[in-house]
Design a protein around this ligand. Structure first.
Ligand SMILES: [Zn+2]
Length: 159
């Protein structure tokens, strides 16, 4: 078990609250993903094996408020995952598909997946999660400060 530092707990609180509305895919969903994409990179078509080099990529990046939910994830090789970065997935796909027809076929396969796995309940706006996390963390931070002052009376008296 990792050391329960305030920083660790702050991250755990954020992840825990976020997971309520937008959880990471489970093993069965990931297995389904491998089958849907026939163990190939959804963008470039490279054959993949589970393990390093095979990523469960976000279609809309997490940095752009994309969900962790399985409907926003595809199988991707490490090269595509790196090269795609924060670009739109459709733009990336066009650069790695051998021709326009194949690009259209792969795009349709990804769209079908997103539709097939669409969540039955809406994924809450990340801003709502962030707001709730901030509320809890403000209280938590105050408690940390108070306790730190309580165990260092000398410093508090000096201040
Ligand atoms: Zn690829």
């Amino acid at each position: 078990m990792p050391k329960m530092t305030p920083g660790y707990v702050r991250n755990a609180i954020r992840r825990s609250l976020s997971a309520i509305v937008d959880r990471e895919p489970g093993k069965r969903e990931v297995a389904k993903l491998w089958r849907h994409f026939a163990s190939k990179c959804a963008y470039c078509g490279k054959a993949l094996k589970p393990g390093p080099g095979a990523n469960i990529d976000h279609l809309v990046p997490a940095s752009k408020q994309g969900a962790h939910h399985i409907s926003n994830r595809v199988l991707a090789c490490a090269t595509c995952d790196n090269r795609k970065g924060n670009r739109l997935w459709r733009a990336h796909l066009k650069t790695v598909a051998p021709n326009a027809m194949e690009a259209n076929r792969r795009t349709a396969k990804i769209e079908k997946w997103a539709k097939l796995m669409a969540p039955s309940v809406a994924i809450a706006d990340k801003k709502v999660v962030e707001r709730e996390a901030e509320r809890v963390l403000t209280t938590f931070n105050t408690a940390v400060e108070k306790l730190r002052r309580a165990v260092s009376p000398k410093r508090a008296a000096d201040a």
